[in-house]
Design a protein around this ligand. Structure first.
Ligand code: ADP
Ligand code: MG
Length: 351
């Protein structure tokens, strides 16, 4: 985009609510056969799923100053992330995303151009995940920006995966690597402090492309859902990691009424994450256990299903499900067993 265009500032009031909606939604393409009517009427129209399918339905809201800071979040990335985190919830049910509704509350300090950026990110994510933007709502806010995405998805009824299906003896597995999004956030906050000191800011961000991307533009693991399908397996339980590994393990164990043994040294962590944790004198596994927003999938497998998986590089076995009486434990790097708390474990505290 030309420099001049980026700096353009058109007040929202110039277009009005209807003009703004029209402007932001006119480039939308509908790709799902089930999207019968998108933006433009009082309600969107979706055809019902096949007889053996169910509809999955979820929503997630992000508020300025709470979930994101505009000082270091480009609006295009924010739009992408708002869609991706919703897609992640559908993936966590072993489903396929189909449609989204996007609602925004926006203060008059925003320009039409900045909302265009937000919608570029939204449209980009919709294209990547093959979901259709079929409607939403637009309202003004006294301060800041709030963005709410509601998502629809589908799954074969017998393939839906709940948090509650883990059984003693199952393997505890995770996709990708953990802690990177939190490392990215720390880095962005550090760079924000160097704001205005351009050289210092550049130095902070150099060589950290991976963790920055993991914070600003997380990917929903639709590829894992495809992998389960092509490998002809169904995990026994699953959840997406939005809060941190320790908290999500507790969710699965509570819903499934089981215990668990997590092996700290098996938790996959990227080099850039390790580097940043070392700089902060923090054990990298603390980032994985208690940092959030990785949007990887945590799932359990019947051990017999592991060898059926067609691409084992996409997951790591990090522990085992135990009977409830064994509780939720971590085999820590000190060689000892500790209770796994939501914060991690006692020995992990930053000194
Ligand atoms: P109503 O007054 O009936 O709620 P609106 O004027 O709010 O209608 O919306 C008109 C159309 O534009 C509807 O199809 C609605 O889903 C869509 N829409 C409104 N706001 C947004 C938005 N922020 N993003 C996408 N679609 C939107
Ligand atoms: Mg409306």
């Amino acid at each position: 985009m030309a420099e001049q265009e980026v700096n353009k500032y058109t007040e929202i009031s110039k277009l009005g609510e209807f003009g703004l909606i029209k402007h932001l939604t006119e480039k939308i393409e509908l790709l799902q056969p089930s999207s019968l009517k998108g933006v433009g009427d009082d309600a969107a129209i979706i055809s019902p799923p096949a007889q053996d399918e169910v509809i999955l339905f979820s929503t997630d809201m992000m508020a300025e100053g709470i979930h994101f800071e505009l000082t270091y979040t480009p609006l295009r990335h924010l739009g992408y992330k708002a869609v991706a985190v919703n897609v992640s919830d559908i993936c966590a049910m072993n489903g396929e995303p189909t449609q989204v509704l996007v609602s925004i509350a926006v203060s008059n300090q925003y320009s039409v151009e900045s909302l265009e950026e937000l919608y570029k990110g939204i449209r980009y994510a919709c294209k990547e995940y093959k979901v259709d933007l079929v409607g939403g709502d637009t309202t003004s806010s006294k301060s800041g920006l709030v963005i709410n995405v509601t998502i629809l998805g589908k799954a074969k009824k017998e393939k839906v995966v709940y948090r509650s299906g883990a059984k003693a003896g199952d393997l505890l597995c995770v996709s990708g690597d953990l802690g990177a999004a939190y490392a990215g956030l720390l880095l962005l906050e550090k760079a924000k402090d160097a704001f205005g000191k351009e050289q210092a800011q550049k130095a902070e961000l150099q060589g950290a492309g991976y963790i920055l991307k993991r914070q600003l533009m997380p990917e929903a693991r639709v590829d894992m859902v495809e992998l389960f399908k092509s490998s002809d397996i169904v995990p026994t339980s699953m959840i997406d990691i939005s809060d941190g590994l320790a908290s999500e393990i507790h969710h699965i164990c509570e819903a499934s009424k089981v215990g668990c043994l997590l092996e700290e040294l098996k938790v996959p962590i990227n080099e850039e994450t390790i580097k940043l944790a070392n700089e902060k004198n923090t054990p990298p596994s603390l980032f994985a256990l208690s940092g959030g927003e990785d949007y990887e999938l945590l799932f359990t497998l019947n051990p017999a299903d592991l060898k059926k998986i067609k691409d084992l590089t996409k997951l790591t076995v990090i522990g085992e499900i135990l009977p409830a009486a064994d509780e939720i434990k971590i085999a820590a790097r000190d060689g000892k067993m500790h209770p796994l708390t939501i914060q991690g474990w006692d020995g992990l505290k930053v000194k």
